[in-house]
Design a protein around this ligand. Structure first.
Ligand code: ADP
Ligand code: MG
Length: 335
């Protein structure tokens, strides 16, 4: 979570410098807790948009949460079958397409496993293998039946949109900004960052990539305009048992938190769902499969930090990625 604030701080520093000049568009900001994280919106030149985005995100949360008993997804999980509203149906359809495209590295039916490891109750523990064996068959996005707003889950299966909801929120925020007079905004939706337009002076936004060893620090930044940047890190929401650290990203094939040498995956894309979903999915895939996925699909860039001290970047972002002076990472441009 701290690195998410850092991304913001870095962006903010840039904003404050730009906003000091006379004649610059006025800033409106909103800070609030939503989707189990902290959000900060800085919108320039439009007074209403930040408030509208906040309302929109709050409304989305009350549809997409797996823990709020009144939320549409929570009711679907409890009943096993439901007619959902059109927004939830849209999120589900886009999510299932990402699960398919990533061959199940992203799997939104991972919720029973997430609960078993204690990530919801905060009673973290390594489950017995029999428990994992019992829950693994429930983890299969292919078994979700969606026909428009009509959704049916196999018995016992439950959906978790935690890997994509902030990305969807980012896309909704961009729609609101597109309909406003704002030309410049930086939104930090709990680590999923919307860099809308450039800074008020026209320069790109600088969005920090956290240092996995010390998430109060960053190892570098990407300079971007009109992008959505999402990061999945092994150091987020993790716990330690008997000297092993378990991250909150689960391999849907094994039911066990991912441990594959990746420290974090940052995705830079035009679309928030894609950015957020792929940050989780490429984390699960591991470096080689992630690189192969990028070669096969394209349409996004990444910064992948690995525990051998490398920062793997795509050619498309290589020139816009700047390492901090004190960073010990070596940049390696993926082919
Ligand atoms: P964060 O929520 O910290 O930004 P992510 O976007 O990577 O990080 O989402 C992680 C969340 O997604 C987890 O907390 C869990 O709810 C869910 N999740 C974990 N593993 C998977 C997976 N393989 N596929 C889909 N969702 C997952
Ligand atoms: Mg994600």
């Amino acid at each position: 979570m701290k690195h998410k604030l850092l991304a913001l701080t870095l962006a903010l520093t840039a904003v404050l410098t730009a906003a000091g000049c006379a004649g610059k568009p006025e800033k409106t900001n909103e800070s609030f807790a939503a989707m189990d994280t902290f959000m900060q919106l800085d919108v320039y030149g439009d007074k209403a948009a930040a408030g509208q985005i906040r309302e929109r995100i709050t409304a989305l949360e009350s549809l997409l949460s797996s823990t709020d008993a009144d939320a549409c997804i929570c009711r679907l999980n409890a009943a096993g079958s439901a007619t959902v509203d059109e927004v939830t149906a849209d999120v589900l359809a886009q999510s299932l397409a990402l699960c398919e495209s990533t061959d199940g590295a992203l799997d939104i039916t991972v919720y029973p496993l997430i609960k078993e490891w204690g990530f919801i109750s905060k009673d973290y523990h390594v489950p017995a293998q029999e428990r994992l064996d019992a829950l693994l068959p429930l983890t299969d996005y292919r078994a979700v039946r969606q026909n428009g707003c009509s959704v049916t889950l196999p018995k016992g299966a439950e959906i978790d949109l935690g890997a994509v909801a902030k990305g969807y929120a980012a896309d909704e925020a961009v729609k609101i900004l597109d309909d406003s007079v704002c030309k410049s905004a930086i939104l930090n939706l709990g680590g999923t960052v919307v860099a809308y337009g450039g800074k008020t002076g026209g320069e790109p936004w600088k969005v920090g990539v956290a240092n996995p060893q010390n998430s109060a620090d960053y190892i570098g930044y990407v300079s971007v305009k009109d992008k959505i940047i999402a990061t999945s890190g092994s150091y987020e929401r993790c716990f330690e048992e008997n000297g092993t650290v378990y991250s909150h990203i689960i391999n849907p094939q094994t039911g066990v938190p991912v441990s594959n040498g990746i420290e974090s995956v940052t995705i830079i894309a035009d679309n928030g769902m894609r950015s957020d979903g792929l940050s989780t999915a490429l984390f699960v895939m591991g470096l080689e499969k992630a690189q192969a996925y990028h070669r096969a699909h394209g349409g996004f860039d990444y910064v992948i930090l690995t525990d051998d001290g490398k920062a793997h970047v795509t050619p498309g972002i290589a020139d816009s990625f700047t390492l901090s002076d004190n960073s010990t990472y070596d940049v390696s441009v993926s082919s």
